[in-house]
Ligand binder design. Structure first.
Ligand SMILES: *Cc1c(COP(=O)(O)O)cnc(C)c1O
Length: 374
């Protein structure tokens, strides 16, 4: 099998150097060489994102992006037995809804403000829900949102949600698993308390490591809470990793790959990576315009890295997927309610613009063949 071109939103195609990184030495995670690696990756994440290392820290976890989100939600909502602790979730897609499910699984009271996956959230409704919940005796301490809602490729109004967090004194927890390093965001200015991310999307590492970027003081303040989970308790990871330690066995080799990926990102810089991705998405979107396919989202809401496209009349995802796959491309189905109505082309990772042009051509040929066989 030859290397497929991954037009799915992670795991992405990575550089040869990132792939080679896992074939190095076998290392014990309780030896100094591991802790040097851990320190380098942790400070590298904070550095490439342009954050102040005195105020911000990153915490590494082994698992997929959802693990980072779950660790963040379960660790940041205070856990006091006598109070009904709650979180408000701004949700306009599968990942917003996943945050709500995570919180419920940890017995956190959830106020979910749901809006249409093709629209920006109605922030007046979010404020009303905060006031109503507080009037009903819910102790709301956090607001959670998704930066880049991968369901549709929609960028949520991160700074405006930050204003609400500040106004109502809420910790601001962000799922930026498909956002950081691929979309411009100023976590400091937006008032974000913590953001969850993963190695294998816009950071261009391999799957198996995820991380939470956090205001150090805010996380330290949660160390006194009774843990909702042993394995997901972020204050424990922060304290151990700060002390050149680790609570459990990390995905050592995947961390080695992330180390190389961060080095590459440092050289490229986040703004240049965003520009590269924007260039990729332009090829995809101009191609779809030539084919007269409708993009699902209005331009103002679109991310740099995912294009959701309305399914051509009569076509099924399976027909499109299989034809693209046979030509070497992996595309992605619509998620949730969009499954039969749309498909997605992501453009994260190490891609060749010529291959993206070829993907558009294959799509054009597939649609033409389908229409003439009707
Ligand atoms: C990819 C993604 C996740 C995590 O998915 P995993 O399969 O657990 O890595 C979470 N949130 C968003 C917005 C994502 O795009």
């Amino acid at each position: 099998m030859s290397q497929p071109v991954l037009l799915n939103p992670g795991p992405v195609n990575v550089s040869a150097a990132v792939k080679r990184a896992i074939a190095g030495l076998d290392v014990c995670h309780r030896e100094p060489e591991f802790f040097e690696l851990q320190d380098r990756v942790r400070s590298g994440i904070v550095e490439v994102l342009g954050l102040d290392a005195n105020r911000w820290a990153s915490v590494l976890l082994s698992g997929s992006g959802t693990l980072a989100v779950e660790a963040m939600i379960s660790s940041f909502v205070p856990n006091s037995p006598e109070k009904r602790e709650g979180i408000i979730v701004v949700s306009n897609g599968v990942y917003g809804d996943r945050i709500a499910k995570i919180a419920r699984a940890h017995d956190i009271h959830v106020v979910e403000v749901v809006s249409d996956p093709s629209e920006a959230p109605d922030l007046a409704r979010v404020e009303e829900a905060i006031v109503a919940a507080r009037n009903a005796g819910v102790v709301l301490s956090a607001i959670a949102a998704v930066h880049h809602e991968t369901t549709t490729g929609l960028i949520n109004p991160i700074a405006a949600i930050g204003d609400i967090a500040q106004k109502y004194h809420l910790a601001y927890l962000l799922d930026s698993v498909s956002g950081l390093a691929g979309e411009s965001i100023d976590l400091e200015a937006a008032g974000v308390t913590a953001a969850a991310c993963t190695a294998n999307k816009c950071f261009e590492g391999l799957p198996g490591i995820c991380f939470v970027v956090t205001r150090r003081q805010a996380l330290e303040a949660r160390a006194k809470d009774a843990p909702r989970s042993l394995y997901l308790h972020l204050p424990t990871y922060l304290q151990k990793q700060d002390a050149k330690d680790t609570p459990f066995t990390p995905a050592v080799q995947v961390l080695m790959a992330l180390d190389v990926a961060i080095d590459e990102l440092r050289k490229e810089t986040v703004p240049a990576r965003i520009e590269r991705y924007r260039g990729y998405s332009k090829i995809v979107r101009e191609g779809m315009a030539r084919l007269e396919l409708r993009l699902w989202l209005p331009e103002a809401l679109r991310s740099n890295t995912i294009t959701t496209i309305a399914m051509p009349a009569g076509m099924t995802y399976e027909v499109l997927h299989d034809a693209m796959r046979a030509a070497g491309f992996v595309i992605y189905a619509g998620q949730g309610d969009l499954r039969t109505r749309a498909f997605r082309i992501a453009n994260m990772g190490q891609l060749d613009p010529l291959e993206l042009e070829r993907a558009v051509d294959v799509l054009a040929r597939t649609i033409r063949a389908f229409n003439s066989s009707k």
